[in-house]
Design a binder for this molecule. Structure first.
Ligand code: SIN
Ligand code: CO
Length: 409
Protein backbone atom coordinates (compact mmCIF):
# COMPACT_ATOMS: atom_id res chain seq x y z
CA UNK A 1 0.00 0.00 0.00
CA UNK A 2 1.26 3.48 -0.83
CA UNK A 3 1.11 5.13 2.60
CA UNK A 4 1.53 8.58 1.04
CA UNK A 5 -1.58 8.34 -1.11
CA UNK A 6 -4.57 10.32 0.27
CA UNK A 7 -7.53 8.04 0.95
CA UNK A 8 -11.23 8.87 1.20
CA UNK A 9 -11.24 6.05 3.78
CA UNK A 10 -9.24 8.46 5.99
CA UNK A 11 -11.04 11.71 5.07
CA UNK A 12 -8.43 12.59 2.48
CA UNK A 13 -5.48 11.99 4.80
CA UNK A 14 -2.71 9.69 3.71
CA UNK A 15 -2.17 6.64 5.94
CA UNK A 16 1.13 8.27 6.98
CA UNK A 17 -0.69 11.46 8.09
CA UNK A 18 -3.44 9.49 9.81
CA UNK A 19 -0.92 7.47 11.82
CA UNK A 20 1.00 10.61 12.80
CA UNK A 21 -2.00 12.73 13.74
CA UNK A 22 -4.73 10.38 14.94
CA UNK A 23 -3.58 6.81 15.66
CA UNK A 24 -3.64 6.29 19.44
CA UNK A 25 -4.09 10.07 19.81
CA UNK A 26 -7.43 11.53 18.75
CA UNK A 27 -10.68 10.59 17.01
CA UNK A 28 -11.33 11.09 13.32
CA UNK A 29 -14.78 11.38 11.80
CA UNK A 30 -14.86 10.37 8.15
CA UNK A 31 -17.90 11.25 6.09
CA UNK A 32 -18.38 8.78 3.23
CA UNK A 33 -15.28 6.76 4.01
CA UNK A 34 -16.63 4.20 1.54
CA UNK A 35 -19.49 5.74 -0.38
CA UNK A 36 -22.11 3.50 -1.92
CA UNK A 37 -20.94 0.62 0.29
CA UNK A 38 -23.12 -2.47 0.03
CA UNK A 39 -23.13 -4.50 3.27
CA UNK A 40 -21.96 -8.00 2.45
CA UNK A 41 -24.13 -9.66 5.10
CA UNK A 42 -27.87 -9.29 5.41
CA UNK A 43 -29.48 -9.28 8.86
CA UNK A 44 -30.56 -12.88 8.26
CA UNK A 45 -27.04 -13.93 7.25
CA UNK A 46 -25.61 -12.26 10.37
CA UNK A 47 -28.14 -14.16 12.49
CA UNK A 48 -27.10 -17.41 10.76
CA UNK A 49 -23.47 -16.70 11.66
CA UNK A 50 -24.53 -16.06 15.26
CA UNK A 51 -26.19 -19.48 15.33
CA UNK A 52 -22.88 -21.26 14.67
CA UNK A 53 -21.04 -22.87 17.56
CA UNK A 54 -17.59 -21.72 16.44
CA UNK A 55 -18.63 -18.07 15.99
CA UNK A 56 -18.44 -15.72 18.97
CA UNK A 57 -21.61 -13.67 19.39
CA UNK A 58 -23.48 -11.66 22.02
CA UNK A 59 -27.01 -10.37 22.37
CA UNK A 60 -27.57 -7.23 24.41
CA UNK A 61 -31.06 -6.13 25.30
CA UNK A 62 -31.97 -2.90 27.04
CA UNK A 63 -35.38 -2.76 28.70
CA UNK A 64 -37.01 -0.72 31.44
CA UNK A 65 -35.64 -3.12 34.07
CA UNK A 66 -32.04 -2.77 32.82
CA UNK A 67 -29.56 -4.52 30.56
CA UNK A 68 -29.27 -8.20 29.76
CA UNK A 69 -26.34 -9.89 28.07
CA UNK A 70 -26.41 -13.37 26.55
CA UNK A 71 -23.59 -15.19 24.83
CA UNK A 72 -24.22 -17.13 21.60
CA UNK A 73 -24.74 -19.33 19.72
CA UNK A 74 -28.35 -18.25 19.19
CA UNK A 75 -30.99 -20.27 17.38
CA UNK A 76 -32.25 -17.78 14.80
CA UNK A 77 -35.76 -17.90 16.20
CA UNK A 78 -34.51 -17.15 19.70
CA UNK A 79 -33.59 -13.55 18.82
CA UNK A 80 -36.03 -10.83 19.97
CA UNK A 81 -38.64 -9.68 17.44
CA UNK A 82 -37.60 -6.96 15.01
CA UNK A 83 -40.37 -4.74 16.28
CA UNK A 84 -38.78 -4.73 19.75
CA UNK A 85 -36.67 -1.63 20.29
CA UNK A 86 -33.29 -1.48 21.99
CA UNK A 87 -31.57 -4.78 21.24
CA UNK A 88 -28.35 -5.51 19.48
CA UNK A 89 -26.64 -8.62 18.15
CA UNK A 90 -22.84 -8.51 17.93
CA UNK A 91 -20.83 -11.05 15.98
CA UNK A 92 -17.07 -11.22 16.40
CA UNK A 93 -14.43 -12.46 13.93
CA UNK A 94 -16.61 -12.09 10.83
CA UNK A 95 -13.45 -11.78 8.70
CA UNK A 96 -12.61 -15.40 9.53
CA UNK A 97 -15.84 -16.67 8.04
CA UNK A 98 -16.70 -14.21 5.27
CA UNK A 99 -14.21 -13.47 2.46
CA UNK A 100 -15.73 -9.98 1.97
CA UNK A 101 -15.08 -9.23 5.64
CA UNK A 102 -11.47 -10.34 5.24
CA UNK A 103 -11.21 -8.16 2.12
CA UNK A 104 -12.51 -5.12 4.02
CA UNK A 105 -9.79 -5.49 6.67
CA UNK A 106 -7.13 -5.38 3.94
CA UNK A 107 -7.91 -1.68 3.47
CA UNK A 108 -6.58 -1.09 6.98
CA UNK A 109 -3.23 -2.79 6.47
CA UNK A 110 -1.37 0.49 6.86
CA UNK A 111 -1.36 -0.71 10.48
CA UNK A 112 0.92 -3.73 11.12
CA UNK A 113 -0.80 -7.12 11.01
CA UNK A 114 0.50 -7.83 14.51
CA UNK A 115 -1.94 -5.14 15.71
CA UNK A 116 -4.98 -6.24 13.70
CA UNK A 117 -7.63 -8.14 15.60
CA UNK A 118 -10.87 -8.74 13.76
CA UNK A 119 -14.06 -7.47 12.19
CA UNK A 120 -17.07 -7.36 14.46
CA UNK A 121 -20.51 -6.68 13.00
CA UNK A 122 -23.45 -5.44 15.02
CA UNK A 123 -27.08 -5.20 14.10
CA UNK A 124 -29.35 -3.09 16.30
CA UNK A 125 -33.01 -2.16 16.36
CA UNK A 126 -33.75 1.54 17.02
CA UNK A 127 -32.54 2.57 20.47
CA UNK A 128 -30.13 -0.40 20.54
CA UNK A 129 -26.50 -0.13 21.61
CA UNK A 130 -24.06 -1.45 24.15
CA UNK A 131 -24.21 1.57 26.44
CA UNK A 132 -21.58 4.23 27.15
CA UNK A 133 -18.24 2.49 27.52
CA UNK A 134 -14.61 2.56 26.49
CA UNK A 135 -12.51 -0.04 24.71
CA UNK A 136 -8.88 -0.76 25.50
CA UNK A 137 -7.97 -0.88 21.83
CA UNK A 138 -8.17 1.33 18.76
CA UNK A 139 -11.28 0.89 16.64
CA UNK A 140 -12.73 2.09 13.35
CA UNK A 141 -16.53 2.14 13.56
CA UNK A 142 -17.84 1.92 10.03
CA UNK A 143 -21.57 2.43 9.45
CA UNK A 144 -22.30 -0.13 6.75
CA UNK A 145 -26.03 0.58 6.61
CA UNK A 146 -28.69 2.52 8.49
CA UNK A 147 -27.95 5.25 10.98
CA UNK A 148 -26.33 5.47 14.40
CA UNK A 149 -25.88 8.42 16.74
CA UNK A 150 -22.48 8.45 18.42
CA UNK A 151 -21.67 10.45 21.50
CA UNK A 152 -17.98 10.50 22.35
CA UNK A 153 -15.94 11.98 25.15
CA UNK A 154 -12.40 12.18 26.48
CA UNK A 155 -13.53 10.59 29.73
CA UNK A 156 -11.48 11.00 32.91
CA UNK A 157 -13.75 9.09 35.27
CA UNK A 158 -13.64 5.43 34.27
CA UNK A 159 -15.81 4.10 37.09
CA UNK A 160 -18.36 1.54 35.93
CA UNK A 161 -22.02 1.09 36.79
CA UNK A 162 -22.28 -1.60 39.47
CA UNK A 163 -24.51 -4.65 39.08
CA UNK A 164 -24.69 -4.49 35.28
CA UNK A 165 -23.59 -7.44 33.12
CA UNK A 166 -21.79 -5.04 30.74
CA UNK A 167 -18.98 -2.55 31.34
CA UNK A 168 -21.02 0.65 31.29
CA UNK A 169 -19.57 3.97 32.41
CA UNK A 170 -21.24 5.40 35.48
CA UNK A 171 -20.65 9.06 34.67
CA UNK A 172 -20.32 9.28 30.91
CA UNK A 173 -19.74 12.82 29.69
CA UNK A 174 -19.93 13.38 25.95
CA UNK A 175 -17.94 16.20 24.33
CA UNK A 176 -19.16 15.61 20.79
CA UNK A 177 -22.05 14.00 19.00
CA UNK A 178 -22.31 12.77 15.41
CA UNK A 179 -24.93 10.93 13.42
CA UNK A 180 -23.28 8.39 11.16
CA UNK A 181 -25.06 7.48 7.94
CA UNK A 182 -24.26 4.53 5.68
CA UNK A 183 -20.67 4.87 4.42
CA UNK A 184 -19.48 7.10 7.31
CA UNK A 185 -16.80 6.01 9.76
CA UNK A 186 -15.45 7.07 13.14
CA UNK A 187 -11.96 6.23 14.41
CA UNK A 188 -11.48 6.16 18.18
CA UNK A 189 -8.21 5.71 20.05
CA UNK A 190 -8.05 3.39 23.07
CA UNK A 191 -10.01 4.43 26.17
CA UNK A 192 -12.00 7.11 24.34
CA UNK A 193 -15.49 6.88 25.79
CA UNK A 194 -18.35 6.33 23.34
CA UNK A 195 -22.00 5.48 23.14
CA UNK A 196 -23.62 4.52 19.83
CA UNK A 197 -27.39 4.34 19.62
CA UNK A 198 -29.14 2.96 16.55
CA UNK A 199 -31.75 5.19 14.93
CA UNK A 200 -34.51 4.32 12.52
CA UNK A 201 -33.73 5.30 8.93
CA UNK A 202 -34.81 4.72 5.37
CA UNK A 203 -32.36 3.18 2.89
CA UNK A 204 -31.72 4.21 -0.72
CA UNK A 205 -34.38 1.69 -1.82
CA UNK A 206 -37.04 3.56 0.20
CA UNK A 207 -37.32 0.72 2.75
CA UNK A 208 -36.33 0.82 6.45
CA UNK A 209 -32.56 0.30 6.65
CA UNK A 210 -30.95 -2.03 9.18
CA UNK A 211 -28.46 -0.35 11.50
CA UNK A 212 -25.29 -2.34 10.85
CA UNK A 213 -21.99 -1.19 12.32
CA UNK A 214 -18.71 -2.82 11.38
CA UNK A 215 -15.98 -2.48 14.00
CA UNK A 216 -12.48 -2.90 12.65
CA UNK A 217 -10.75 -3.77 15.89
CA UNK A 218 -7.11 -3.93 16.91
CA UNK A 219 -5.23 -5.76 19.61
CA UNK A 220 -2.05 -5.13 21.53
CA UNK A 221 -0.14 -7.30 23.92
CA UNK A 222 -0.66 -6.67 27.61
CA UNK A 223 2.60 -6.71 29.53
CA UNK A 224 1.95 -9.48 32.07
CA UNK A 225 0.23 -11.81 29.58
CA UNK A 226 2.99 -11.30 27.03
CA UNK A 227 5.70 -12.00 29.61
CA UNK A 228 3.97 -15.21 30.66
CA UNK A 229 3.61 -16.38 27.05
CA UNK A 230 7.17 -15.45 26.06
CA UNK A 231 8.74 -17.14 29.09
CA UNK A 232 6.72 -20.26 28.39
CA UNK A 233 7.89 -20.30 24.78
CA UNK A 234 11.52 -19.59 25.74
CA UNK A 235 11.41 -22.47 28.20
CA UNK A 236 10.04 -24.77 25.50
CA UNK A 237 12.79 -23.69 23.13
CA UNK A 238 15.33 -24.57 25.83
CA UNK A 239 13.72 -27.99 26.31
CA UNK A 240 13.74 -28.62 22.55
CA UNK A 241 17.43 -27.70 22.34
CA UNK A 242 18.25 -30.08 25.20
CA UNK A 243 16.22 -32.86 23.53
CA UNK A 244 17.99 -32.39 20.21
CA UNK A 245 21.32 -32.70 22.08
CA UNK A 246 20.04 -35.96 23.59
CA UNK A 247 19.19 -37.32 20.16
CA UNK A 248 22.55 -36.38 18.69
CA UNK A 249 24.43 -38.06 21.49
CA UNK A 250 22.33 -41.25 21.21
CA UNK A 251 20.99 -41.30 24.70
CA UNK A 252 23.98 -39.82 26.51
CA UNK A 253 23.11 -36.26 27.59
CA UNK A 254 25.60 -33.98 25.81
CA UNK A 255 24.28 -30.89 27.62
CA UNK A 256 22.74 -32.02 30.88
CA UNK A 257 19.75 -30.07 32.08
CA UNK A 258 20.98 -27.52 34.54
CA UNK A 259 19.62 -28.33 37.97
CA UNK A 260 19.91 -26.44 41.18
CA UNK A 261 22.71 -27.83 43.32
CA UNK A 262 23.58 -26.87 46.89
CA UNK A 263 26.58 -28.85 48.17
CA UNK A 264 27.48 -25.92 50.42
CA UNK A 265 24.04 -25.67 52.04
CA UNK A 266 24.59 -25.62 55.79
CA UNK A 267 22.17 -27.28 58.17
CA UNK A 268 19.36 -24.83 58.83
CA UNK A 269 17.41 -23.91 61.93
CA UNK A 270 14.94 -21.92 59.80
CA UNK A 271 13.75 -24.50 57.25
CA UNK A 272 11.02 -22.23 55.86
CA UNK A 273 13.52 -19.57 54.81
CA UNK A 274 14.21 -19.52 51.07
CA UNK A 275 17.84 -20.36 50.30
CA UNK A 276 19.59 -17.34 48.75
CA UNK A 277 21.22 -19.58 46.16
CA UNK A 278 17.83 -20.57 44.80
CA UNK A 279 16.98 -16.98 43.88
CA UNK A 280 20.34 -16.68 42.11
CA UNK A 281 19.66 -19.91 40.25
CA UNK A 282 16.22 -18.65 39.15
CA UNK A 283 17.63 -15.33 37.94
CA UNK A 284 20.37 -17.13 36.04
CA UNK A 285 17.85 -19.50 34.45
CA UNK A 286 15.72 -16.60 33.15
CA UNK A 287 18.80 -14.74 31.85
CA UNK A 288 20.01 -17.95 30.22
CA UNK A 289 16.71 -18.31 28.37
CA UNK A 290 17.28 -14.83 26.92
CA UNK A 291 20.94 -15.48 26.17
CA UNK A 292 20.40 -16.34 22.52
CA UNK A 293 19.83 -12.88 21.02
CA UNK A 294 17.31 -14.32 18.54
CA UNK A 295 15.29 -16.32 21.04
CA UNK A 296 13.11 -13.48 22.27
CA UNK A 297 12.36 -12.20 18.76
CA UNK A 298 11.51 -15.76 17.77
CA UNK A 299 9.18 -16.27 20.72
CA UNK A 300 7.53 -12.91 20.06
CA UNK A 301 6.87 -13.70 16.40
CA UNK A 302 5.44 -17.09 17.27
CA UNK A 303 3.23 -15.50 19.87
CA UNK A 304 1.91 -12.72 17.63
CA UNK A 305 1.26 -15.07 14.70
CA UNK A 306 -0.69 -17.56 16.81
CA UNK A 307 -4.16 -17.96 15.22
CA UNK A 308 -7.18 -16.72 17.14
CA UNK A 309 -8.40 -19.21 19.75
CA UNK A 310 -10.78 -21.82 18.38
CA UNK A 311 -9.42 -21.67 14.85
CA UNK A 312 -9.04 -24.96 13.01
CA UNK A 313 -7.66 -25.30 9.51
CA UNK A 314 -9.29 -27.61 6.99
CA UNK A 315 -7.33 -30.13 4.98
CA UNK A 316 -7.07 -29.06 1.35
CA UNK A 317 -9.42 -30.61 -1.20
CA UNK A 318 -6.73 -30.45 -3.82
CA UNK A 319 -3.33 -32.09 -3.30
CA UNK A 320 -0.26 -29.86 -3.64
CA UNK A 321 1.35 -30.26 -6.96
CA UNK A 322 4.85 -28.92 -6.30
CA UNK A 323 5.94 -29.57 -9.87
CA UNK A 324 3.05 -27.55 -11.28
CA UNK A 325 3.75 -24.78 -8.77
CA UNK A 326 7.43 -24.73 -9.68
CA UNK A 327 6.49 -24.68 -13.35
CA UNK A 328 4.51 -21.53 -12.58
CA UNK A 329 1.09 -22.92 -13.43
CA UNK A 330 -0.64 -21.78 -10.31
CA UNK A 331 -0.40 -19.15 -7.58
CA UNK A 332 -1.14 -19.43 -3.90
CA UNK A 333 -2.95 -17.32 -1.29
CA UNK A 334 -2.91 -17.39 2.49
CA UNK A 335 -6.09 -18.64 4.10
CA UNK A 336 -8.05 -15.77 5.70
CA UNK A 337 -7.39 -17.31 9.13
CA UNK A 338 -3.64 -17.54 8.64
CA UNK A 339 -1.45 -15.08 10.48
CA UNK A 340 1.90 -14.61 8.81
CA UNK A 341 4.59 -12.13 9.82
CA UNK A 342 8.36 -11.88 9.70
CA UNK A 343 11.40 -10.18 11.18
CA UNK A 344 14.89 -9.82 9.76
CA UNK A 345 15.81 -13.42 10.64
CA UNK A 346 12.57 -15.38 10.77
CA UNK A 347 9.25 -16.13 9.18
CA UNK A 348 6.31 -16.67 11.48
CA UNK A 349 3.18 -18.43 10.43
CA UNK A 350 0.35 -19.59 12.67
CA UNK A 351 2.54 -19.78 15.77
CA UNK A 352 5.54 -21.46 14.10
CA UNK A 353 8.88 -19.92 13.22
CA UNK A 354 11.39 -20.62 10.47
CA UNK A 355 14.84 -19.16 9.88
CA UNK A 356 14.96 -17.66 6.39
CA UNK A 357 17.73 -16.04 4.39
CA UNK A 358 18.35 -14.68 0.91
CA UNK A 359 15.93 -15.04 -1.98
CA UNK A 360 13.65 -17.44 -0.10
CA UNK A 361 13.24 -14.93 2.72
CA UNK A 362 12.39 -12.18 0.23
CA UNK A 363 9.80 -14.40 -1.45
CA UNK A 364 8.18 -15.44 1.84
CA UNK A 365 8.15 -11.84 3.05
CA UNK A 366 6.31 -10.93 -0.12
CA UNK A 367 3.79 -13.69 0.60
CA UNK A 368 3.29 -12.31 4.11
CA UNK A 369 2.80 -8.72 2.91
CA UNK A 370 0.64 -9.46 -0.14
CA UNK A 371 -0.99 -12.58 1.33
CA UNK A 372 -0.61 -14.24 -2.06
CA UNK A 373 2.07 -15.20 -4.57
CA UNK A 374 1.56 -15.18 -8.29
CA UNK A 375 2.50 -18.10 -10.51
CA UNK A 376 5.41 -16.04 -11.81
CA UNK A 377 6.77 -15.68 -8.21
CA UNK A 378 6.62 -19.42 -7.65
CA UNK A 379 8.51 -20.09 -10.86
CA UNK A 380 11.53 -18.39 -9.23
CA UNK A 381 11.16 -20.17 -5.88
CA UNK A 382 13.79 -22.62 -4.66
CA UNK A 383 13.00 -26.31 -4.17
CA UNK A 384 13.02 -25.88 -0.40
CA UNK A 385 10.64 -22.90 -0.57
CA UNK A 386 8.26 -24.95 -2.73
CA UNK A 387 8.48 -27.84 -0.26
CA UNK A 388 7.73 -25.52 2.66
CA UNK A 389 4.76 -24.01 0.85
CA UNK A 390 3.59 -27.57 0.18
CA UNK A 391 3.67 -28.32 3.92
CA UNK A 392 1.67 -25.18 4.67
CA UNK A 393 -0.82 -26.01 1.95
CA UNK A 394 -1.31 -29.47 3.39
CA UNK A 395 -1.87 -27.92 6.80
CA UNK A 396 -4.64 -25.80 5.26
CA UNK A 397 -2.74 -22.56 5.93
CA UNK A 398 -2.76 -21.57 2.29
CA UNK A 399 -4.65 -22.39 -0.83
CA UNK A 400 -3.69 -23.02 -4.37
CA UNK A 401 -5.37 -20.60 -6.75
CA UNK A 402 -7.01 -21.58 -9.94
CA UNK A 403 -4.47 -20.93 -12.71
CA UNK A 404 -6.57 -18.01 -13.97
CA UNK A 405 -6.58 -16.37 -10.48
CA UNK A 406 -2.91 -16.80 -9.79
CA UNK A 407 -1.93 -13.27 -10.72
CA UNK A 408 -4.79 -11.63 -8.82
CA UNK A 409 -4.51 -9.72 -5.53
C1 SIN B 1 -21.65 -1.63 18.37
O1 SIN B 1 -21.37 -1.92 17.21
O2 SIN B 1 -22.82 -1.53 18.75
C2 SIN B 1 -20.62 -1.39 19.41
C3 SIN B 1 -19.31 -1.02 18.88
C4 SIN B 1 -18.48 -0.32 19.95
O3 SIN B 1 -18.96 0.54 20.62
O4 SIN B 1 -17.29 -0.62 20.11
CO1 CO C 1 -16.78 0.30 21.82
Amino acid sequence: MDVNQPLSLLAGLTPAQFMRRHWQKKPLLVRQAISGYQPFLSRAALARLASREEVESRLIVQQDNGWTLKKGPFATRSLPPLGQQGWTLLVQGVDLHEPAGHALLQQFRFVPDARMDDLMISFATPGGGVGPHFDSYDVFLFQASGRRRWKIGKQKDFSLQPGVPLKILQNFEADEEFVLEAGDMLYLPPRYAHDGIAEASIGPDGKPADCMTYSIGFRCPVEGELTADLLHRLAEMGEDAAESCDEESEGARAVPKRMYRDPAQPATETPAAMPAGLADFARQAVLEALNDPLALACALGESMSEPKPGIWFDEPEQAWDGEAAKAGQTGIALDARTRMMYDSEHLFINGESYRAKGADAVLMQRLANQRHLAASDLRKASKSAIALLGDWLEAGWLQQNEPSLSSKG
